[in-house]
Design a protein around this ligand. Structure first.
Ligand SMILES: Cc1cc2nc3c(=O)[nH]c(=O)nc-3n(C[C@H](O)[C@H](O)[C@H](O)COP(=O)(O)O)c2cc1C
Length: 207
């Protein structure tokens, strides 16, 4: 039995187009592998610990083998819990809207918690950085209001996600890009979503 973790990064509930395509993917996946466990997290409703001065001090104390106060230890335990939850999965489904050319701030918050030395990546002065996660399959579903086919230099969403996932060791990524979801008008949006759902179902058959 595989554990699939779906991380959604839109706060728009049933209105969310990235969620709609992710659900189509997961429905098909569930149909084919009914015994696998699918967990859902939405970064807008998860209790993400603040990544603030207290938490950062705990991080640096660990890095420099300094003692932590009780408050620092507790702050760090909350970070470890988020990392453990992510690492427990065998496969990942991410649904991500573009916000201001990049990713929604709550997803960035989640990633800032997740990407930690000794947990998800390592550093060695000789060999440099290495991801610590096994290269498990990822399906990343991206939505954008506009169309970036002719403006790839403005896309800080997909390249960023691929960079950060690769940094922690996840480079087996299949992507579905849904664009434009706003600027092309409702008919084009519907058409693009329908095309994305076909692709999602196809990917789900070999995930
Ligand atoms: C705060 C915010 C910022 C956005 N910034 C961009 C942007 O930079 N480029 C773009 O093409 N669309 C942008 N959009 C539009 C969304 O990417 C688009 O509506 C997408 O379909 C949202 O996905 P969802 O339906 O899953 O929430 C933005 C939307 C919001 C709410």
């Amino acid at each position: 039995m595989a554990r699939v973790l779906h991380i959604a990064a839109s706060p728009r509930g049933n209105q969310s187009k990235s969620l709609q395509v992710a659900q189509a993917f997961l429905e098909e996946y569930r149909r084919r592998t009914p015994n696998d466990e699918i967990s859902y997290r939405n970064v807008f409703t998860m209790q993400l610990p603040d990544f603030d001065g207290l938490t950062l001090q705990a991080k640096y104390n660990f890095l420099h083998a300094q003692e932590n106060s009780d408050a620092q230890l507790q702050a760090w335990e909350r970070v470890e819990a988020v990392i453990a939850d992510f690492k427990a999965a065998d496969k990942y489904v991410l649904s991500i809207p573009m916000w201001n050319f990049g990713i929604p701030y709550r997803l960035k918050h989640y990633l800032d918690i997740l990407v930690q030395p000794g947990y998800t990546f390592s550093f060695n002065p000789k060999s440099g950085y290495a991801g610590l996660l096994p290269d498990r399959p990822v399906v990343a579903i991206y939505t954008r209001g506009g169309d970036y086919a002719e403006a790839a230099h403005l896309d800080f969403q997909k390249p960023y996600m691929e960079t950060i996932l690769g940094f922690v060791g996840l480079s087996n990524i299949k992507s579905i890009v849904i664009e434009p979801t706003l600027s092309g008008g409702p008919d084009r949006t519907t058409e693009r979503i329908e095309q994305a759902i076909v692709k999602a179902k196809e990917l789900a058959r070999s995930f």
